[in-house]
Design a binder for this molecule. Structure first.
Ligand SMILES: [Zn+2]
Length: 505
């Protein structure tokens, strides 16, 4: 082998190394702190940083910190401790490192006065890897119960970029270049841990963005759209991207059209994903559109080969419910109990009072509803290998981290489901923490279980013959789009993992 060829291989290996530093795979973090190990924040950081080396500020192992190249996190409560880490932080950053530090320490090290800031939303000022998912001017819901530490505008020293401000213009998220690296500063202590509906779910968003395991696809939507506006959104995607075909599949209750977004030749084997069969589980519809947009903008994506496979996504199966924030359709029928499978036996969660209008009313007969019939028509006339029904528990009290395998699926569906679950978890792992009401402590967001429940007349049971059929429940049911970046990100990862699992041999 000649030297030139060796050099080519060497360079290829180098590049390959850089390219394989994919989200989810970054490791080697150091956390220097003066907090007790039992602190909730340290517990969360241990999850997000995938078991970092944690050092007390009084006894850091400088060599080990230097060798951990994932990033250095400095979290100090006491101002007087800042001086102990100064030299190390600067050295680490200068050698191409990323240092994320609490703003208290940052202010002390730069001799800047710290201020208590009233804040509900952080306004993004700059597009940057740290603010990924948001564009300048967009608000990040950021509830520190009214107060957060920040710096007054006008005190900005040289070399600092303001990435985020409070609504009143105080600086709360900063980046400082140091040699070939950078220091990111923000308040990491004032906000409560990410808990469902406590408005603190974005607490670690910038931290995970800064260390390279953050938002992958998620994007911001300013508010919950009315159904006609959502249809306009889909029309726009199709208009801007010739590879995306918008198709009207049928008409639901309330005279709302049911639409799908389509990619690839429909005669090729296809993937079908539908969401929002329960109208109040509305966020997944936005993530579905974000996913289609991503595929259209990135023809080299490796999730689905659109020359040999097709994709159909119905973001909203229940437009009436979406518009009116109801679980049921316009006839008060729970569409996901309107399938033929186990319809006869099904008597609802409250059998004594089971009647039209009940929470999970199954309708007057299987497929009595126009939305269910539309879906059946789509499945039966298409050439689908696999279908995925996406839900979520809108109270945060139930499980938003599980999946189910359809009855009547192909014999190896459970095994394939495990691969799908693994693919999703590998991608999303270490990115989001979520504490739901029934859980004792905040946990990493993952699909935790493949649930084997007594089957109810879910549509996916009735439509999966000789296909792979799955249902997944992910986080949804908020009253606003405050967390839509995280939610659309999770939905996109789910769709990506699904497409990959069922189109790659
Ligand atoms: Zn549901």
């Amino acid at each position: 082998m000649n030297m030139k060829r060796l050099l080519v291989i060497f360079i290829a290996v180098l590049f390959n190394g850089a390219l394989t530093a994919q989200p989810g795979s970054a490791k080697g973090y150091s956390l220097v702190t003066d907090l007790e190990d039992s602190s909730a924040t340290i517990r969360s950081l241990r999850i997000l940083l995938d078991n970092p080396d944690v050092f007390s500020v009084t006894s850091p192992d400088k060599n080990k910190i230097r060798k951990n190249r994932g990033g250095l996190i400095i979290l100090l409560e006491k101002k007087s401790n800042a001086v102990r880490v100064k030299k190390q932080a600067i050295q680490y950053a200068r050698s191409r490192g990323t240092v994320v530090m609490d703003i208290r320490t940052f202010a002390a090290l730069n001799s800047l006065p710290l201020h208590s800031v009233a804040i509900n939303n952080m306004i993004v000022k700059e597009e940057s890897p740290v603010t990924k998912g948001y564009k300048p001017g967009e608000p990040v819901r950021y509830n520190a119960q009214g107060k957060l530490f920040g710096l007054r505008s006008g005190t900005k020293p040289k070399g600092i970029t303001v990435l985020g401000e409070s609504e009143g213009g105080e600086m709360v998220l900063l980046e400082q270049r140091k040699g070939k690296g950078k220091v990111i500063a923000l308040d990491m202590l004032s906000m409560p841990e990410p808990q469902y509906a406590k408005d603190s779910e974005n607490k670690y968003l910038f931290l995970v963005n800064a260390i390279g395991n953050g938002v992958n696809y998620g994007e911001y939507y300013p508010r919950r759209y009315h159904y006609p506006e959502f249809v306009e959104l889909m029309e726009e995607v199709s208009k801007n991207h010739p590879a995306v075909i918008l198709k009207k599949e049928g008409e639901g209750t309330g005279n709302y059209g049911i639409f799908s977004l389509n990619m690839g030749n429909p005669e090729n084997p296809g993937i079908l994903i539908y969401a929002c069969a329960h109208g109040n589980e509305w966020e997944n519809a936005y993530g579905a559109v974000t996913f289609v947009k991503y595929l259209a903008k990135n023809p080299d994506q490796d999730m689905i080969d659109l020359k040999n496979y097709s994709l159909k996504i119905i973001p909203i199966l229940n437009p009436f419910g979406f518009e009116n924030m109801t679980r049921q359709n316009g006839n008060k029928v729970d569409l996901n109990r309107n399938g033929a499978y186990a319809w006869e036996e099904f008597k609802g969660v409250d059998p004594e009072n089971y009647k039209p209008g009940s929470y999970d009313w199954k309708g007057t007969s299987p497929f009595s509803e126009p939305e269910s019939r539309t879906l059946r028509e789509v499945v039966q006339t298409g050439n689908f290998i696999a279908l995925l029904d996406v839900h979520g528990n809108p109270s945060g009290t139930g499980y938003n981290k599980w999946m189910g395998v359809a009855k009547g699926s192909r014999p190896d569906a459970y095994e394939k489901g495990k691969l799908f679950k693994e693919a999703f978890n590998n991608n999303i792992g270490g990115r989001y923490i979520l504490h739901q009401k029934h859980e004792k402590l905040p946990k990493e967001f993952l699909i935790e279980t493949i649930m084997k429940k007594e089957p109810t007349p879910n549509l996916y049971h009735s439509l999966s013959d000789n296909r792979y059929g799955f249902i997944v429940e992910i986080l949804c049911g908020y009253s606003s789009t405050n967390f839509i970046v995280m939610q659309s990100d999770i939905m996109c990862e789910l769709c990506a993992a699904f497409c990959k699992t069922f189109t790659k041999q």
